[in-house]
Design a protein around this ligand. Structure first.
Ligand code: NDP
Length: 460
C-alpha cells in the first residue's frame, strides 16, 4: 500500500464533513479536515441555527399582540437588533467550540486552510502553503448563494450577510420563492421591517404541496408582507442613500435593502476536482453513487455539494453512512425517498412524503383528507391565522403517502409523523391512534371525510 499522510482527508468542516471525519476516526482511521472559514459549516454558522434564533426573535411581535386577549397588558415594546445579533453570535461561537472539541476528542486533525486537489491523492493547503496526501478524500464543501447576473447586483445581500447587518433596514425586498426567501421574509416582517417578497413564477414554494403554497401566501399577506408573484428585478441602482429596483415590467421599487435567496450552487469552483478526474453535473455538483462515491474510486462527496437533498440532517446521514461503509465494514446506503422537513416560515410548515400532485401522478386512486381551522389559542388571541392539515393516501393500499401541515410547531409535529410515514403506516393506523386533546395535531388522527373536489357548474 502507498504511504499516505492520512487515511482520510475531509475538505469542509460542515455538518456532513464533521460527522464523517469523527466516525471514521472512531473506527481507527487517521483523519484530517480542512476548513477555510469556521468549523460548523453553513447550518451552524450562517444557516439553520442562527436563522431559527432569528425566527424566535421575530415571533415576539405576534406574541405581544396575542397576549391582550388573555388578559395581559404589555407595555411599550422595543426591539434592539444589535442585542439579537450579538447574542446570536455568542451562541454560534459556543457551538463552533463544541464542534472543534468533538473533532479533537475523536483525534481528527483540524487544518485552518482552504484545500484544493492537485490530484486524486494530493491536497494543497493554501494558507499553510504545503501539500499533503491521503488514501481517500471526502469532499464536503457545501454550497454558496447564487445571484443572477443583473446590473447593480453588487448592492444585493444574501442570507450570509443578513446575519451580520450593522443596522436593521426599515424596508427590505426579498427575492426568491424557496425556503430561505419565505423564512427571511417572515423574520424581517416580524421584526418590524416593511417587507416585500418578489417571486418570478405564478406561486412560490415550487415542489411543495399546492394547498400549502396557496395557504402560506394568504397567511403571509395577512401578516403584512407585500407578496408579489410573477415579479422579478431587471436592475438595481443606488440613489440618494436608497436602492431603486427596476422590475422586469418597468415598475420601480424604492427600498433600503434587497436580499437574494435565489438558490445555492455547489461550492466546487476552483477545487481542482475536474483535474483529478471527478465528474461534475450541470450545476457543478459532484456526481456520486448510492455510497457517495464519485467517478474517481477514492474520492467521495456528501452534503449540498452533491445536490441530492440539500438539508443538514441528510448531509449528516450521508457522512455517517460513508464512514460506516468505508471504515466500519458495514454496508450503509442513505434512503433519500422519504425526508421529513420543516419550513420556518410564519406560519411554520412541515411536510413529509408525496405531495397530492406527485401522488396522483404515481398512483391510480388517491384519497385526500384535509382541514383548515382557527386553532384554539386564536379564539382568545383574536388572530385570524389558520392551521392546516392534509393527508395524502393511496386508496388501494390505504398507505399514507404524504402529510402536509401548516401552523405553530409544524416542524416538531412533522418529525413524529415522519416516523409513521417512514414505517409505511396506513390511514387506518393513523385513525387507530388515540388523539391528544386539545391539540391541533389531533386532526391528523381524526380526519374522517374524504375531500371531494368541488363540482364546478357551467355558468348559466
Ligand atoms: P431554493 O432552491 O429552495 O429556492 C430558490 C428560489 O429562487 C426559487 O423560488 C427559484 O424560483 C428562485 N430563483 C432561482 N433563480 C432565480 C433567478 N435567476 N431569478 C429569480 N428567482 C430565482 O433555494 P433557497 O436559496 O431558498 O434555499 C437553498 C437550499 O437551502 C434549499 O435547497 C433548502 O433545501 C435549504 N434550506 C433548507 C431550510 C430548511 O430546511 N428549513 C431552510 C433554508 C434553506 P423557481 O421556483 O421558479 O425555480
Amino acid at each position: 500500500m502507498a504511504d499516505y499522510d492520512y487515511d482520510l482527508f475531509v475538505i469542509g468542516a460542515g455538518s456532513g464533513g464533521v460527522r464523517a471525519a469523527r466516525i471514521a476516526a472512531n473506527y481507527g482511521a487517521k483523519v484530517a479536515v480542512a476548513e477555510e472559514y469556521r468549523v460548523g459549516g453553513t447550518c451552524v454558522i450562517r444557516g439553520c441555527v442562527p436563522k431559527k434564533l432569528f425566527v424566535y426573535a421575530s415571533h415576539f411581535s405576534d406574541d405581544f399582540e396575542d397576549a391582550a386577549g388573555f388578559g395581559w397588558t404589555v407595555g411599550d415594546t422595543k426591539f434592539d437588533w444589535k442585542t439579537l445579533v450579538s447574542n446570536k453570535d455568542k451562541e454560534i461561537d459556543r457551538l463552533n467550540g463544541i464542534y472543534i472539541r468533538n473533532l479533537d476528542k475523536a483525534g481528527v486533525e483540524i487544518l485552518d486552510s482552504r484545500a484544493t486537489l492537485k490530484d486524486a491523492h494530493t491536497v494543497h493547503l493554501e494558507r499553510l502553503g504545503k501539500d499533503v496526501t491521503a488514501e481517500r478524500i471526502l469532499v464536503a464543501v457545501g454550497a454558496t448563494p447564487f445571484l443572477p447576473d443583473i446590473p447593480g447586483i453588487e448592492h444585493a445581500i444574501t442570507s450570509n450577510e443578513a446575519f451580520h447587518l450593522e443596522e436593521l433596514p426599515k424596508r427590505i425586498v426579498v427575492v426568491g420563492g424557496g425556503y430561505i426567501a419565505v423564512e427571511f421574509a417572515g423574520i424581517f416582517n416580524g421584526l418590524g421591517v416593511e417587507t416585500m417578497q418578489l417571486y418570478r413564477g405564478a406561486l412560490f414554494m415550487r415542489g411543495f404541496d399546492d394547498d400549502l403554497r396557496e395557504l402560506l401566501a394568504e397567511e403571509m399577506e395577512k401578516k403584512g408582507i407585500d407578496l408579489r408573484m410573477n415579479s422579478d428585478i431587471a436592475s438595481i441602482e443606488k440613489k440618494d442613500g436608497e436602492l431603486h429596483l427596476t422590475l422586469c415590467d418597468g415598475d420601480v421599487i424604492k427600498t433600503d435593502a434587497v436580499m437574494y435567496a435565489t438558490g445555492r450552487n455547489p461550492n466546487t469552483k476552483g477545487l481542482g476536482l475536474e483535474q483529478a478526474g471527478v465528474k461534475l453535473g450541470m450545476a457543478g455538483e459532484v456526481v456520486v453513487d448510492e455510497y457517495s462515491k464519485s467517478s474517481v474510486g477514492n474520492i467521495y462527496a456528501v452534503g449540498d455539494v452533491t445536490d441530492r437533498a440539500n438539508l443538514t440532517p441528510v448531509a449528516i446521514r450521508e457522512g455517517h453512512a460513508f464512514a460506516d461503509t468505508v471504515y466500519g465494514g458495514k454496508d450503509v446506503k442513505v434512503d433519500h425517498s422519504i425526508i421529513p422537513t420543516a419550513i420556518f416560515s410564519q406560519p411554520e410548515m412541515g411536510t413529509v412524503g408525496l405531495t397530492e400532485a406527485q401522488a396522483r401522478e404515481r398512483f391510480d386512486e388517491v384519497d385526500v383528507y384535509k382541514t383548515a381551522f382557527r386553532a384554539l389559542k386564536n379564539t382568545l388571541s383574536g388572530s385570524e391565522e389558520r392551521t392546516f392539515m392534509k393527508l395524502v393516501v393511496d386508496a388501494k393500499s390505504d398507505k399514507v403517502l404524504g402529510v402536509h401541515i401548516m401552523g405553530p410547531a409544524s416542524g416538531e409535529v412533522i418529525q413524529a409523523v415522519g416516523i409513521a410515514v417512514t414505517l409505511g403506516a396506513t390511514k387506518a393506523q393513523f385513525d387507530m391512534t388515540i388523539a391528544v386533546h386539545p391539540t391541533a395535531a389531533e386532526e391528523l388522527v381524526t380526519l374522517k371525510e374524504k375531500w371531494q373536489a368541488p363540482v364546478i357548474k357551467a355558468a348559466d
